[in-house]
Design a protein around this ligand. Structure first.
Ligand code: PGA
Length: 254
Protein backbone atom coordinates (compact mmCIF):
# COMPACT_ATOMS: atom_id res chain seq x y z
CA UNK A 1 0.00 0.00 0.00
CA UNK A 2 1.26 3.49 -0.81
CA UNK A 3 2.52 5.55 2.09
CA UNK A 4 0.34 8.62 1.74
CA UNK A 5 1.06 11.55 4.04
CA UNK A 6 -2.16 12.74 5.57
CA UNK A 7 -3.50 16.27 5.17
CA UNK A 8 -5.67 18.27 7.54
CA UNK A 9 -7.05 21.29 5.71
CA UNK A 10 -9.22 24.00 7.28
CA UNK A 11 -11.77 25.62 4.98
CA UNK A 12 -12.70 28.85 6.71
CA UNK A 13 -15.36 29.82 4.16
CA UNK A 14 -16.46 33.45 4.69
CA UNK A 15 -14.95 33.76 8.17
CA UNK A 16 -12.03 35.60 9.75
CA UNK A 17 -10.71 39.08 9.10
CA UNK A 18 -6.99 39.70 8.66
CA UNK A 19 -6.58 40.41 12.38
CA UNK A 20 -8.44 37.23 13.31
CA UNK A 21 -6.36 35.30 10.81
CA UNK A 22 -3.11 36.56 12.32
CA UNK A 23 -4.06 35.61 15.83
CA UNK A 24 -5.34 32.19 14.73
CA UNK A 25 -2.12 31.34 12.90
CA UNK A 26 -0.04 32.57 15.83
CA UNK A 27 -2.12 30.38 18.12
CA UNK A 28 -1.77 27.42 15.80
CA UNK A 29 2.01 27.77 15.75
CA UNK A 30 2.16 28.17 19.53
CA UNK A 31 -0.35 25.45 20.33
CA UNK A 32 1.00 22.86 18.01
CA UNK A 33 4.56 22.08 17.24
CA UNK A 34 3.68 21.93 13.56
CA UNK A 35 7.03 20.34 12.87
CA UNK A 36 5.87 17.51 15.11
CA UNK A 37 2.70 17.05 13.03
CA UNK A 38 2.77 13.86 11.07
CA UNK A 39 0.34 15.37 8.60
CA UNK A 40 0.39 18.36 6.28
CA UNK A 41 -1.54 21.30 7.71
CA UNK A 42 -3.33 23.68 5.34
CA UNK A 43 -5.61 26.63 6.04
CA UNK A 44 -7.91 28.22 3.47
CA UNK A 45 -8.85 31.75 4.56
CA UNK A 46 -10.98 34.16 2.53
CA UNK A 47 -9.01 35.94 -0.22
CA UNK A 48 -8.47 39.16 1.74
CA UNK A 49 -6.90 37.24 4.63
CA UNK A 50 -4.54 35.14 2.48
CA UNK A 51 -1.57 37.55 2.72
CA UNK A 52 -1.92 37.77 6.51
CA UNK A 53 -1.98 33.96 6.77
CA UNK A 54 1.01 33.60 4.45
CA UNK A 55 2.99 36.16 6.43
CA UNK A 56 2.26 34.58 9.81
CA UNK A 57 2.92 31.05 8.56
CA UNK A 58 6.25 31.93 6.95
CA UNK A 59 9.04 29.67 8.15
CA UNK A 60 6.61 27.00 9.39
CA UNK A 61 5.18 24.03 7.53
CA UNK A 62 1.65 25.49 7.55
CA UNK A 63 0.44 25.91 3.97
CA UNK A 64 -2.17 28.34 2.69
CA UNK A 65 -4.92 27.60 0.19
CA UNK A 66 -7.40 29.68 -1.78
CA UNK A 67 -11.08 28.70 -1.58
CA UNK A 68 -11.80 29.11 -5.30
CA UNK A 69 -10.29 30.59 -8.48
CA UNK A 70 -11.40 31.69 -11.92
CA UNK A 71 -10.54 29.49 -14.91
CA UNK A 72 -8.92 32.35 -16.82
CA UNK A 73 -5.60 33.80 -15.72
CA UNK A 74 -6.91 37.38 -16.10
CA UNK A 75 -9.70 39.27 -17.85
CA UNK A 76 -12.93 41.20 -17.41
CA UNK A 77 -14.44 39.07 -14.66
CA UNK A 78 -15.49 41.44 -11.91
CA UNK A 79 -15.08 40.00 -8.43
CA UNK A 80 -12.99 37.03 -9.47
CA UNK A 81 -9.46 35.97 -8.53
CA UNK A 82 -7.15 33.88 -10.71
CA UNK A 83 -4.64 31.10 -10.12
CA UNK A 84 -1.55 33.23 -10.80
CA UNK A 85 -2.88 35.81 -8.31
CA UNK A 86 -3.29 33.19 -5.60
CA UNK A 87 0.13 31.72 -6.34
CA UNK A 88 1.74 35.15 -6.16
CA UNK A 89 -0.01 35.81 -2.85
CA UNK A 90 1.68 32.70 -1.48
CA UNK A 91 -0.99 30.01 -1.82
CA UNK A 92 0.21 26.48 -2.50
CA UNK A 93 -3.27 24.98 -2.86
CA UNK A 94 -6.75 25.96 -3.99
CA UNK A 95 -10.13 24.38 -3.23
CA UNK A 96 -12.11 23.66 -6.41
CA UNK A 97 -15.72 22.57 -6.77
CA UNK A 98 -16.82 22.92 -3.15
CA UNK A 99 -20.48 21.99 -2.84
CA UNK A 100 -21.34 25.52 -1.69
CA UNK A 101 -19.90 26.84 -4.99
CA UNK A 102 -21.92 24.22 -6.85
CA UNK A 103 -25.09 24.95 -4.86
CA UNK A 104 -25.07 28.75 -4.62
CA UNK A 105 -22.83 29.95 -7.46
CA UNK A 106 -23.73 27.75 -10.38
CA UNK A 107 -20.51 25.73 -10.38
CA UNK A 108 -20.86 22.84 -12.82
CA UNK A 109 -18.65 19.85 -13.59
CA UNK A 110 -17.56 21.76 -16.67
CA UNK A 111 -16.40 24.87 -14.77
CA UNK A 112 -14.82 22.63 -12.15
CA UNK A 113 -12.82 21.00 -14.95
CA UNK A 114 -11.70 24.39 -16.29
CA UNK A 115 -10.74 25.54 -12.80
CA UNK A 116 -8.77 22.37 -12.07
CA UNK A 117 -6.77 22.96 -15.23
CA UNK A 118 -6.28 26.63 -14.32
CA UNK A 119 -4.97 25.60 -10.90
CA UNK A 120 -2.46 23.23 -12.49
CA UNK A 121 -1.30 25.97 -14.91
CA UNK A 122 -0.64 28.25 -11.96
CA UNK A 123 1.34 25.58 -10.13
CA UNK A 124 -1.30 25.25 -7.40
CA UNK A 125 -2.37 21.92 -5.95
CA UNK A 126 -6.13 21.64 -6.39
CA UNK A 127 -8.24 20.23 -3.59
CA UNK A 128 -10.97 18.84 -5.80
CA UNK A 129 -14.27 18.49 -3.91
CA UNK A 130 -17.05 16.16 -4.86
CA UNK A 131 -19.91 14.39 -3.13
CA UNK A 132 -23.55 13.45 -3.37
CA UNK A 133 -26.61 15.24 -1.98
CA UNK A 134 -29.04 13.60 0.42
CA UNK A 135 -31.56 13.03 -2.39
CA UNK A 136 -28.93 11.36 -4.54
CA UNK A 137 -27.89 9.08 -1.67
CA UNK A 138 -31.49 8.16 -0.88
CA UNK A 139 -32.08 7.32 -4.54
CA UNK A 140 -29.09 4.98 -4.45
CA UNK A 141 -27.16 7.15 -6.89
CA UNK A 142 -24.09 7.94 -4.76
CA UNK A 143 -21.60 5.87 -6.76
CA UNK A 144 -22.74 7.10 -10.15
CA UNK A 145 -22.82 10.75 -8.99
CA UNK A 146 -19.29 10.76 -7.58
CA UNK A 147 -18.01 8.77 -10.55
CA UNK A 148 -19.33 11.36 -12.98
CA UNK A 149 -18.08 14.26 -10.90
CA UNK A 150 -14.63 12.67 -10.86
CA UNK A 151 -14.59 11.80 -14.57
CA UNK A 152 -15.98 15.13 -15.76
CA UNK A 153 -13.73 17.10 -13.43
CA UNK A 154 -10.61 15.24 -14.59
CA UNK A 155 -11.45 15.42 -18.30
CA UNK A 156 -8.32 16.09 -20.36
CA UNK A 157 -6.16 16.35 -17.25
CA UNK A 158 -2.83 14.75 -18.15
CA UNK A 159 -1.24 12.00 -16.08
CA UNK A 160 1.62 14.04 -14.60
CA UNK A 161 -0.84 16.72 -13.49
CA UNK A 162 -3.28 14.21 -12.00
CA UNK A 163 -0.52 12.97 -9.70
CA UNK A 164 -0.59 16.32 -7.90
CA UNK A 165 -4.31 16.38 -7.19
CA UNK A 166 -5.87 16.11 -3.78
CA UNK A 167 -9.46 14.90 -3.78
CA UNK A 168 -11.97 15.70 -1.05
CA UNK A 169 -15.03 13.50 -0.73
CA UNK A 170 -17.64 15.66 0.96
CA UNK A 171 -21.16 14.24 1.12
CA UNK A 172 -23.32 17.36 0.89
CA UNK A 173 -25.69 16.07 3.58
CA UNK A 174 -22.81 15.97 6.06
CA UNK A 175 -21.50 19.51 5.49
CA UNK A 176 -22.26 21.86 8.36
CA UNK A 177 -25.06 19.60 9.57
CA UNK A 178 -23.29 17.80 12.39
CA UNK A 179 -24.21 14.59 10.61
CA UNK A 180 -20.95 12.83 9.74
CA UNK A 181 -20.68 9.93 7.34
CA UNK A 182 -19.75 6.82 9.31
CA UNK A 183 -16.16 5.67 8.79
CA UNK A 184 -17.61 2.69 6.89
CA UNK A 185 -19.71 4.89 4.58
CA UNK A 186 -16.76 7.18 3.90
CA UNK A 187 -14.24 4.36 3.40
CA UNK A 188 -16.57 2.69 0.90
CA UNK A 189 -16.69 5.81 -1.29
CA UNK A 190 -12.99 6.56 -0.88
CA UNK A 191 -12.09 3.07 -2.04
CA UNK A 192 -14.46 3.43 -4.98
CA UNK A 193 -12.93 6.79 -5.94
CA UNK A 194 -9.41 5.38 -5.68
CA UNK A 195 -10.36 2.52 -8.02
CA UNK A 196 -11.97 4.96 -10.44
CA UNK A 197 -8.88 7.12 -10.36
CA UNK A 198 -6.72 4.09 -11.05
CA UNK A 199 -8.95 3.20 -14.01
CA UNK A 200 -8.62 6.75 -15.34
CA UNK A 201 -4.96 7.48 -14.64
CA UNK A 202 -3.28 4.20 -13.78
CA UNK A 203 -2.66 2.36 -10.52
CA UNK A 204 0.30 4.50 -9.45
CA UNK A 205 -1.86 7.64 -9.38
CA UNK A 206 -4.72 5.68 -7.86
CA UNK A 207 -2.37 4.61 -5.07
CA UNK A 208 -0.66 7.95 -4.51
CA UNK A 209 -3.42 10.57 -4.63
CA UNK A 210 -4.63 11.68 -1.23
CA UNK A 211 -8.40 11.49 -0.73
CA UNK A 212 -9.67 13.61 2.17
CA UNK A 213 -13.01 13.27 3.90
CA UNK A 214 -15.08 16.38 4.64
CA UNK A 215 -18.39 16.90 6.41
CA UNK A 216 -18.72 17.63 10.15
CA UNK A 217 -15.22 16.42 11.03
CA UNK A 218 -14.46 17.17 14.70
CA UNK A 219 -11.87 16.04 17.24
CA UNK A 220 -14.25 13.32 18.47
CA UNK A 221 -14.67 11.60 15.11
CA UNK A 222 -11.38 12.44 13.40
CA UNK A 223 -9.44 9.38 14.49
CA UNK A 224 -12.06 6.81 13.54
CA UNK A 225 -12.42 8.36 10.09
CA UNK A 226 -8.77 8.93 9.36
CA UNK A 227 -7.58 5.54 10.48
CA UNK A 228 -9.44 4.00 7.54
CA UNK A 229 -7.30 2.65 4.74
CA UNK A 230 -8.35 5.06 2.00
CA UNK A 231 -9.07 8.16 4.09
CA UNK A 232 -5.97 10.33 3.94
CA UNK A 233 -7.04 13.23 6.13
CA UNK A 234 -9.82 15.77 6.34
CA UNK A 235 -11.21 18.96 4.86
CA UNK A 236 -12.64 20.66 7.92
CA UNK A 237 -15.12 23.54 7.88
CA UNK A 238 -16.77 24.63 11.13
CA UNK A 239 -14.27 22.96 13.46
CA UNK A 240 -11.33 24.60 11.67
CA UNK A 241 -12.48 28.01 12.92
CA UNK A 242 -11.86 27.07 16.55
CA UNK A 243 -8.21 26.77 17.42
CA UNK A 244 -8.65 24.03 20.02
CA UNK A 245 -10.82 21.92 17.74
CA UNK A 246 -8.52 22.32 14.76
CA UNK A 247 -5.45 21.42 16.83
CA UNK A 248 -7.43 18.55 18.34
CA UNK A 249 -8.19 17.16 14.89
CA UNK A 250 -4.54 17.47 13.80
CA UNK A 251 -3.47 15.64 16.97
CA UNK A 252 -5.98 12.88 16.36
CA UNK A 253 -4.47 12.30 12.96
CA UNK A 254 -0.88 12.02 14.16
P1 PGA B 1 -18.03 21.25 7.92
O1 PGA B 1 -17.63 21.75 6.44
O2 PGA B 1 -16.79 20.64 8.52
O3 PGA B 1 -18.47 22.48 8.64
O4 PGA B 1 -19.12 20.24 7.77
C1 PGA B 1 -16.80 20.99 5.62
C2 PGA B 1 -16.56 21.72 4.32
O5 PGA B 1 -17.48 22.41 3.86
O6 PGA B 1 -15.47 21.64 3.73
Amino acid sequence: MADRKHIIAGNWKMHKTQAETRSFVQGLIAGLQVTEAGCEVIIAPPFTSVPAAVQEARGTSIQVSGQDLHWEDNGAFTGEVSGPMLAEAGCSHVIVGHSERRQYFGESDETVNLKLKAAMRAGLVPIFCLGETLDERQQGRTFSVVKHQLRDGMKDVGIPDAARFVIAYEPVWAIGTGQTATPEQAQEIHEFLRNELAALCGTKIGDDVRILYGGSVKPENARSLMSRKDIDGGLVGGASLKLDDFIGIIRQDM
